[in-house]
Design a protein around this ligand. Structure first.
Ligand SMILES: [Zn+2]
Length: 276
């Protein structure tokens, strides 16, 4: 195993060749947090290397075969959806065939993690379960808090977006948090955050009146499909009064899930199953 500093150094050197540094240098990106998975994630070396290759876009997609390796191939369209060019961004976050199951699974792993942390924090649960085994209950409630998982909020007025991933109400302070998770590709981080806020504004207004709340906060939890962390994430975790390192386990679960999605995509035997 390489020393941490060496890993980051190699990673930076490699990244110089790709689009990756531009993505990291954007104002809204937390550069230091974005590389934590390499040093503190405790991820297997093989997965680590594979994620670096995904970030550097040196994965043998059809687009890569055709335009970088200059191989003669019939089409560079996606082998699953056949809709658009098959590049790495398409596989990590843009394929309609992967959206239903694979991306949802990755998203839910992050959501489950947050849900369990809240349930434990507000004593709605007393034992911790590994996140991949954790099955959130739709409603958890005690004298101080109420926690919904993926549940429609019934309103008087018809509201289009009425089901945040997680809804937390703290009874004493009359505060409700509408928590919604997104795992977009890196170039969509900023837009996703804004989108989530706008999406739940009408519901926030409605809940404030209907449930007689003093404060309703919309809390988007957004990390990119390759583990890039926007600065908004630490603010979101702080709002929920989580430890500042909470993002590390979220990032780790995304890195592992994205690697698995890309591996399975490139594996022909899995493909036959998915397209048949
Ligand atoms: Zn596709």
């Amino acid at each position: 195993m390489l020393k941490d500093e060496q890993k980051i150094e190699n990673w930076k050197k490699k990244a110089l060749h790709g689009r990756y540094p531009h993505q990291l240098e954007q104002d809204h990106v937390d550069q230091s947090a974005s590389s934590t998975w390499l040093t503190k994630g405790n991820i297997f070396g093989e997965t680590e290397g594979f994620m670096v290759a995904i970030q550097d876009q040196v994965i043998k997609t059809r687009n890569y075969s055709k335009y970088i390796l200059k191989e003669t191939i019939e089409t560079d369209k996606c082998r699953l959806c056949n809709q658009t060019t098959e590049n790495i961004d398409h596989i990590t976050g843009g394929c309609s065939v992967l959206a239903h199951k694979e991306y949802t699974h990755r998203h839910d792993n992050v959501a489950k993690h947050i849900h369990q942390l809240l349930a434990l924090k507000y004593k709605l649960l007393d034992t911790h379960t590994a996140y991949y085994k954790y099955k959130p209950r739709n409603v958890l409630e005690n004298e101080t808090a109420k926690l919904y998982w993926n549940r429609d909020i019934i309103t008087d007025r018809t509201i289009l977006s009425n089901r945040p991933d997680i809804t937390l109400t703290l009874k004493d302070s009359k505060t409700t948090y509408l928590i919604d998770i997104a795992v977009p590709n890196t170039h969509n981080l900023k837009q996703k955050h804004t989108e989530k806020i706008q999406k739940y504004l009408p519901l926030a207004d409605e809940i404030k009146q209907m449930w007689h709340q003093d404060i309703v906060r919309i809390v988007p939890i957004v990390i990119s499909s390759t583990g890039v962390v926007p600065k908004t994430l630490s603010a979101a975790l702080k709002l929920l009064e989580f430890h500042k390192n909470t993002y590390i386990s979220l990032q780790k679960s995304i890195v592992i899930d994205t690697c698995s999605i890309v591996r399975r995509f490139l594996n022909p035997s899995t493909l036959t199953l998915q397209t048949s």
